[in-house]
Design a protein around this ligand. Structure first.
Ligand code: GLP
Length: 250
């Protein structure tokens, strides 16, 4: 894992989009299809806009999965992650093959369906964010670092549910679903390369909890430190609680 820290959030998004585009282009130059895993959430929006605007990516040969979805939320709801992926990545980019998580399906049947799709081939590249409570996708603290499953149904942490209200996706806490389908930590870590985008003061505490010490279950995204090809894109605010030894990797 390496950190890349930026002075402005604009610089961060440009650099993350450039690295993602270069990674996609390199992989597409050597094989027929590239399998991509994308995060949703407010922090991903400018990055995805910059990536979709980058010329030269043959999106028709990209196969897309996303990290998580609320149980019981229709994909017409403004907070639906499936809708987010469709409207902000799949459609504008023109992605050929998209696997959306159906929040209205029977959760265990949906998990089993996507488990089969994910098992067909490795994930090449993943985009992730870090929640205000340190979650990775919807793997809430305490996270399960070891499981044979690629997806699971989880109860959402109240901090996560409040974050969604704070970001404006829902009006009240009661409106936020209490369960979600999420890719597991091992499924996310199986990606060949991971780009993690995390910025703003509201993430400083989670970033410090994740990276100032060894990985631990109460800070789920801390497990990214064990990945050989993960890059954490940070701004100064999100990095403000990082000890120098963590930020420099020494
Ligand atoms: C969201 C999603 C994650 C996302 C994380 C950070 O709720 N479950 O996939 O990466 O929490 O969200 P944001 O980037 O909006 O801060």
């Amino acid at each position: 894992m390496q950190f890349r820290q930026f002075r402005t959030v604009d610089d961060l998004h440009r650099a993350a989009a450039a690295q993602a585009a270069a990674s996609l282009a390199a992989r597409l130059s050597t094989r027929a299809t590239v399998r991509l895993l994308a995060a949703t959430g407010s922090s991903q929006i400018p990055f995805l806009e910059a990536l979709v605007a980058t010329p030269g990516i043959d999106w028709s040969r990209v196969e897309l999965f996303h990290l998580d979805e609320y149980v019981g939320l229709a994909d017409s709801h403004p907070a639906s992650f499936a809708r987010f992926i469709r409207e902000r990545l799949a459609e504008p980019a023109g992605i050929g093959h998209v696997h959306l998580i159906n929040g209205c399906a029977d959760p265990e049947a949906e998990v089993a369906r996507l488990e089969r799709e994910l098992a067909r081939a490795p994930i090449d590249l993943a985009f992730v964010g870090i929640g205000e409570n340190g979650h990775l996708a919807f793997n809430e603290p305490p996270a399960q670092f070891e499981t044979n499953r690629r997806l699971t149904v989880v109860d959402l942490d109240e901090v996560s549910r409040r974050q969604q209200v704070g970001e404006g996706w829902f009006t009240t806490l009661d409106d936020v679903p209490k369960r979600a389908i999420t890719l597991t930590i091992p499924a996310i870590l199986s990606a060949g390369e991971i780009l993690c985008i995390v910025y703003g003061a509201r993430k400083a505490r989670a970033v410090a909890a994740c990276f100032n010490g060894p990985p631990h279950a109460m800070a789920p995204a801390s497990i990214l430190a064990t990945h050989p090809c993960a890059t954490i894109f940070l701004d100064a605010e999100a990095a403000s609680g990082l000890r120098l030894s963590a930020a420099t990797g020494t």
